[in-house]
Design a protein around this ligand. Structure first.
Ligand code: ZN
Length: 258
């Protein structure tokens, strides 16, 4: 029997409005292949196209997980639910979203809401199960809409994903894991936008000291500054292996054992 593996495929690495609107980088979130469990994470604009391009089959998805309702994360969630359920012909798959993605002005159209097997609402401190994968949403983020980050646990690995948020005091405390994925929209802190900037990501990485950290979700200032060079510099300065995600990157978590 083949060894089971945990692989994250970055369908896109664009963050925030401008890089997404112009598609300087692809958007569309990530595909988490965790043993036999397939999870789609934050299906932003272009997700359907990117999954087809990467030969990933939406009818094999076990779940779709949404961190928050902003368009750059949720743009393709409706079509991906339709794809997961084979055009609505098979009631299958789980969907996990914050409550405000379903309330008045829902990002999931009401006619699609009966398609999946279940829709579960994310809450602060919540714990969820998809086959033999579990995940928690330890803390509500500081972002204009209800937003959570995640710690995923597979039988083989633990990894956390710090999604969109303004920096706050004990943010890092919640996200221990062997691998940290972190959304870094801006190069410099200070603008009145509820997103992490690189120096804040750096202090989180230094505090958590994961085996590997992956930067993603780049806004314009990060993209212009060449994320792969920034990551290399961070690695040298912190002694922690920091990688910049790129569109289509397949990260095998077996690298954590290397
Ligand atoms: Zn956002």
């Amino acid at each position: 029997m083949a060894e089971l593996s945990d692989v994250i495929t970055f369908l896109g690495t664009a963050g925030a409005r401008f890089v997404v609107a112009r598609q300087f980088l692809a958007s569309g979130g990530a595909w988490l292949s965790l043993g036999g469990t397939q999870i789609l994470f934050d299906p932003g604009p272009g997700c359907l196209v990117q999954t087809a391009k990467r030969k990933l089959d939406p009818t094999e998805l076990d779940a779709i997980v949404l961190s928050h309702r902003h368009l750059d994360h949720s743009g393709d969630i409706n079509i991906m639910i339709e794809a997961m359920t084979d055009g609505g012909t098979k009631k299958r798959g789980m969907v996990f979203v914050p409550a405000d993605a379903l309330n008045q002005d829902p990002v999931i159209f009401s006619y699609l809401q009966p398609y999946p097997q279940s829709i579960q609402v994310l809450t602060e401190g919540g714990a969820y199960v998809i086959n033999d994968v579990s995940f928690t949403t330890p803390v509500r983020h500081k972002h204009p809409v209800e937003t959570y980050g995640f710690i995923f646990q597979t039988p083989r690995h633990t990894f956390s994903w710090i999604t969109d948020t303004r920096y706050f005091e004990d943010l890092a405390d919640h996200y221990e894991g062997d691998l940290l994925v972190i959304n870094v929209v801006r190069l410099n802190p200070g603008a009145p936008i509820d997103h992490l900037a690189l120096p804040e990501a750096r202090s989180i990485i230094e505090e958590l000291r994961p085996k590997i950290a992956i930067l993603t979700h780049f806004g314009m200032t990060m993209w212009r500054a060449k994320p792969w060079e920034l990551a290399e510099k961070l690695s040298e300065e912190t002694g922690i292996s920091v990688i910049a995600a790129r569109d289509g990157l397949k990260f095998d978590l077996a690298k954590l054992e290397g």
